[in-house]
Design a protein around this ligand. Structure first.
Ligand code: FES
Ligand code: FES
Length: 160
């Protein structure tokens, strides 16, 4: 079957098998390997991307279901050489170690901040509760999101 999906603003039309998962479409068909595949049980969350602005686990979505939709992956966060503030937050606060969970964490945390610019620690922990990090113990991820919230608020105030 043929599917047309917009990924990070670029429209792709590809021949696919109906059973192909979105995570494999992104990684293997489009070569967008920023999105990781970490389990067979829909538990780890490293595969999170946005579909029409909402985070989804791309290992639970068929590529065919993304037809006609807008997908945003971790490759779509930075603006050229300029990191998205959430990427900068993870960089500043050591929100990653091995980096395997990071693509999904970034997409989930960006979505959280877009909808709740000043989240509490509890709200951050709840937002990332569908995702597993085997390295950080989560504290540095929480700090990274808080760093980003504070810096985005400051940037907004300075722009007024
Ligand atoms: S790959 Fe683990 S939840 Fe999708
Ligand atoms: S940084 Fe290694 S799994 Fe999260």
């Amino acid at each position: 079957m043929q599917v047309t999906v917009t990924v990070n603003g670029v429209e792709y039309t590809k021949e696919i098998e109906g059973r192909l998962l979105l995570v494999h479409f992104l990684r293997d068909t489009l070569g967008l390997t920023g999105t990781h595949w970490g389990c067979d049980t829909s538990n780890c969350g490293t595969c999170v991307v946005w579909m029409d602005g909402e985070p989804v686990k791309s290992c639970t979505v068929l590529a065919a279901m993304a037809g006609g939709r807008e997908v945003r992956t971790v490759e779509g966060l930075a603006n050229g050489a300029e990191l998205d503030p959430i990427q900068e937050g993870f960089r500043q606060c050591h929100g990653l170690q091995c980096g395997f969970c990071t693509p999904g964490m970034l997409m989930t945390c960006r979505h959280l901040l877009d909808n709740n610019p000043d989240p509490t620690e509890g709200e951050i922990r709840e937002a990332i509760s569908g995702q597993i990090c085997r390295c950080t113990g989560y504290s540095s991820i929480v700090r990274s999101v808080r760093w980003t919230a504070v810096h985005e608020a400051e940037a907004k105030a300075a722009a007024k």
